[in-house]
Design a protein around this ligand. Sequence first.
Ligand code: DP6
Length: 401
Amino acid sequence: MQETSSQDVTMITCTAPVNIAVIKYWGKRHEELILPINSSLSVTLHQDQLKTTTTVACSRHFQEDRIWLNGKEEDINQPRIQSCLREIRRLARKRRSDEDLSNDISLAHRVHICSVNNFPTAAGLASSAAGYACLVYSLSRLFGVDGELSLVARQGSGSACRSMYGGFVQWKMGERQDGKDSLAEQVEPESHWPELRVLVLVVSAERKLVGSTSGMQTSVKTSKLLKHRADCVVPGRMEEMISAIQRRDFAAFGELTMKDSNQFHATCLDTYPPIFYLNDISQKVISLVHRYNQHYQDTRVTYTFDAGPNAVIYTLEDHVPEFIQVVRYFFPPETNGGEFVKGLPVGPASLSEDLKTAIGLEPVPKGISYIISTKVGPGPCVVEDPKLHLLNPEGLPKKST
Ligand code: DP6
């Protein structure tokens, strides 16, 4: 039994994943509908390490729609939240009239929404993607709506449409003015490349200076490089990336991922006034990865950076222990701090003098706060255990949330 009804309150709880793009989305051709100027492709991260959990409840006793995010009540009238609510209610109304369903949950009833992340929002990890994906998925389960839910999540935050699926996911930019063909599609499921690992190097837990939404607006207005990228570079890269993933060709996947991250940050520098998301530590991580790969004459490790200084590293299982030692050596952590590596356990490894010399960077103590070790994971899920609802039987946040 997924739904819980008590005192006329019906509720459901779901979780949704974070995704990290390897071909970046940057720039819109329509602001309200959130239609992009290029297609993009991402890897869905495992929810054991990074996820949003959302409970949605509805009742004839609720006076108004309300939302609590990470323990604080927020304004439900934010346009992007309203777009998601409106679209889900519209789909539910359509389905009921099409199928002539008499339903237990009235669409006139107000909803209460409560959402938490299992990672710090300020860590600069794609929290809006997991957040909107989870909101849309939970509402769809509550109102019994199926169909193209990525179209709805897209209207919350562009990158959120890719968090509606597990594994490797593309967001096809589409051509239509109404955005009906701008949707996410799974390229391969999470089981496709079991050796692939993801390490999130948390460089700084500061909030980003320029948010993605406003940053990309300025880029679209001022950067000729961005237009060139969208028109002439990304279409070919999408094909190459899909093929590299299908062939599980890490060298091709890795090289393209680094080049695309670098081009995205180049368009940020080409924006006027320029936007800087990478800091000194990010640049050191970039050098470290290239020198590591150079030493082995093989692309074993790849980096990508979103709108912030944290590095996301993709590599294969066998290389994780040694690479973690490299990071530990060049960014010595605080000895009395919490655990340096969180998430999936990492085995021991030793570092050869040859490798240290080949990398040859000056160590930066505490340059990296911690590492989240994770892998590819599934899409949104329903939480079956009613004890895990974030709202109490009256539809208000439980004390701990
Ligand atoms: C750099 O999806 O956060 O992470 O659509 O305005 O909400 P909005 O932007 P958002 O942008 C994400 C940008 C990125 C690249 C990516 O995830 O593809």
